[in-house]
Write a protein that binds this ligand. Sequence first.
Ligand code: BGC
Length: 251
Amino acid sequence: MRLQGKVAIVTGAGRGIGRAIAHGYGREGAAVVVNYSRSRESAENAAGAIRDAGGRAIAVQADVAHPGGHNALIEAAVKEFGGLDILVNNAGIEIHEPVLDANPETWERIIDVNLKGAYFLSVRAAAVMMGAGGGKIINISSVHDLEPLWNRAIYSISKGGLLMMVKSLALELAEYHICVNAISPGAILTDMNRSHLAQGDRRARLLEQIPLKRIGEAGDIVGAAVFLASSESDYVTGTTIYVDGGLLLHK
Ligand code: BGC
């Protein structure tokens, strides 16, 4: 087991990619704080499944858009499991809004979760990791940290910002042996995009752009997430792994 004895927080882990990562970490021996904001039942369920498989996990409600949520998550990791080694900033929101209809509330909602939340939770986590001799901070970005997504300008801007956040944190936290990296998924089928992709020929048009000729599943992200959390990646920091079936090759 590659994460034996480690403690991880995974934000937005009730569903989708976060849930798959939490399961993967549990399987590799980590104790996992399964964070959720609103999907209580599925988060409890995800934590229960990790425990049923012989691992350690608790579900913790917290909104990463608020500092109170950060305290709750760090406290849960330290009190329940005795420390914090791995943080996965996975919680994210995507709202469809044409540029010409832009409104400030959409900006605040998306940036507060996708970027500001990830930044300040990372800073809080780093303070704990420093005391323990190091750690791993992994950010779930998107191929749209490089390429804009139609009707989702603010989402794309938040992911572009995340890319620079990763590099900035990596630079300043390296001396404390804290590695900061990102995983940028391509088209992964989750609750976030299921109904959008079900409309008309959207799914078929998307498939045409993916050289590996399939839409990804949440499980496709787990290998990179385990690698970046494990000691196998101790010399990797400030970088991004694109897990997109080749989608960016067509952009
Ligand atoms: C978005 C999806 C989109 C995918 C590929 C992701 O970041 O969340 O809605 O299908 O990128 O464009």
